[in-house]
Design a protein around this ligand. Structure first.
Ligand SMILES: *Cc1c(COP(=O)(O)O)cnc(C)c1O
Length: 489
């Protein structure tokens, strides 16, 4: 009795059907990308409405026509998604995906290399290693460093954190690392994940520009050492998530050298800006870090997910992560050694995240990548200047490609503490109303207890027109939200 003949498995598709579906999908995606500017940035639907689109059904007992299913899923997603690829998406630090990256995802899935072991992914591993060297080159990090692709900035930072911890000696309960109040929230999770206490992270205050002070770190280290603690790591941020502030990385690197401490730089957002002609001075010191986190799914426009951890000495990654279970025989490939990425990071089976980054870098070259970052920064300045000209908007910061500001109705005071509470409420409601309205998408920041609107441009689709429309939209929606809020006040 024949159990299965070629092409008979339930999930398989005849080549002809696969072609039909693929061609149609490419056409539908091309239409979607072309038409993004005419679509709403976000669907503006309540979770219950979105959930209802799927129906309440359990797993279907029997299958259905794949041609129809893929077409339906495409239409459903096109009509009910928040598009970070929309030219007026300015929320969080979430980038437009590169078209070549979109197609790379399909190619990566088709080859489906397991980038954990070299024999399972020979060319894919070499592409990943080459891309890692390019990430180092772009950011001024040592080209002969180690590194790997991970899911995003959080994981890239955690890799750096764990390597630093693995190199530290002494009672884990006494280990101390230093970060700023503005360090991204990955630092809240890292000690839990890696067996340290909450006290192990010393969060130091920032100056009005959002920067940590090297002197404050030095003082904290001294007092911790006097109390018998073991400092092991300093974390600097190259572009904070809140306002884009860049810590004094040069001074902090000096400090870490003299104190013999591991320096990890969180460059998830800002590191690629080290490549531009007029890069902020402190970004020129990224190469002095022992480890660096970069997020190609931010300013290098890779489709989610793509984070990248760089570690100056590749052997440090291997001593942190390498174990040799008896069921792996990966070491000898025709008399040579290949790199087994599972030895350099936390994952075992690994997808081919590097391909979308590698192909996009080859498409645009260093010059193209630099130009897009410079353009984003110039557009951000343009938005900031337009905000300054609008009397009902109060601008706060403009760093890298992040602007913060808020809506202040004519009759309210920017300075008065008694208005702050109302202004916070108003701007929070305004952010919600803007997201629901779908004309532009902003997120929020905070500064000295003030709730601010925040625009971040990591978006190669954004044009002059898209940034210049922001003040008008915010004021128009702001006035409406203000009227409604006052009725309930
Ligand atoms: C975005 C960001 C992270 C987290 O990166 P994910 O890719 O979201 O995991 C960490 N640090 C900074 C500075 C960031 O901007």
């Amino acid at each position: 009795m024949t159990i299965r003949r070629k092409g008979q498995a339930a999930v398989d598709l005849p080549a002809k059907t696969f072609r039909t579906m693929g061609h149609r999908l490419v056409d539908d995606v091309a239409t979607l990308l072309e038409g993004l500017p005419e679509r709403k940035v976000a669907p503006g639907k309540r979770p219950s409405e979105v959930k209802a689109l799927l129906g309440g059904a359990a797993i279907p007992e029997n299958g259905a026509d794949p041609v129809r299913l893929l077409a339906e899923a495409t239409a459903l997603l096109a009509d009910n998604s928040t598009f970070n690829g929309h030219p007026r998406f300015f929320g969080y630090i979430t980038a437009s995906p590169t078209p070549i990256g979109i197609l790379s995802e399909m190619l990566a899935a088709a080859i489906n290399p397991n980038c954990g072991g070299y024999v399972l992914s020979p060319l894919a591993t070499e592409i990943e290693l080459q891309t890692i060297r390019w990430m180092a080159e772009l950011t001024g990090f040592a080209r002969d460093c180690g590194g790997l692709f991970v899911s995003g900035g959080n994981m890239a930072n955690m890799v750096g954190f764990l390597v630093a911890k693995a190199k530290a000696e002494g009672d884990p309960a006494k280990l101390r690392c230093y970060a700023s109040a503005e360090t991204h929230t990955w630092i809240d999770k890292a000690p839990d994940m890696f067996g340290l206490t909450d006290q192990s992270v010393v969060r130091l205050p920032v100056d009005p520009a959002g920067r940590i002070s090297a002197d404050a770190i030095r003082t904290a280290i001294e007092s911790d050492r006097n109390a018998g603690m073991i400092p092991f790591l300093v974390i600097a941020t190259a572009g904070t998530t809140n306002t884009g502030a860049i810590d004094p990385i040069g001074e902090i690197a000096d400090l870490c050298e003299s104190e013999k401490l591991w320096l990890h730089v969180d460059g998830a957002y800002g590191a690629p800006a080290a490549s531009i002609a007029n890069a902020p001075e402190d970004l020129k010191h990224l190469g002095r870090a022992d480890s660096l986190a970069i997020d190609p799914h931010k300013w290098l426009y890779a489709p989610l997910e793509a984070g990248c951890a760089l570690v100056k000495n590749a052997e440090d990654l291997r001593t942190t992560f390498s174990h040799h279970p008896p069921y792996y025989h990966f070491d000898d490939i025709q008399g040579e050694e290949g790199t087994n990425m599972y030895e350099y990071g936390p994952q075992n089976s690994r997808g081919f995240r590097a391909l979308k980054v590698w192909l996009a870098m080859k498409q645009v070259g260093r010059a193209g990548a630099v130009k897009m970052i410079e353009e984003d920064i110039a557009l951000t300045k343009k938005m900031y200047e337009a905000i300054l000209l609008e009397p009902q908007l109060e601008a706060f910061t403009c760093e890298l490609s992040i602007v913060t500001f808020r809506f202040v109705p004519e009759d309210l005071s920017r300075e008065s503490a008694s208005d702050t509470e109302y202004l916070n409420k108003l701007n929070e409601e305004l952010q919600n109303a803007l997201q629901a309205g779908g004309e532009i998408f902003l997120s929020n920041g905070t500064l000295d207890g003030r709730f601010l609107l925040r625009a971040c441009i990591v978006n190669f689709r954004t044009t002059d027109e898209d940034v210049l429309v922001v003040p008008e939209v915010v004021v128009r929606v702001g006035e409406r939200v203000d009227r409604e809020l006052r009725k309930t006040r």
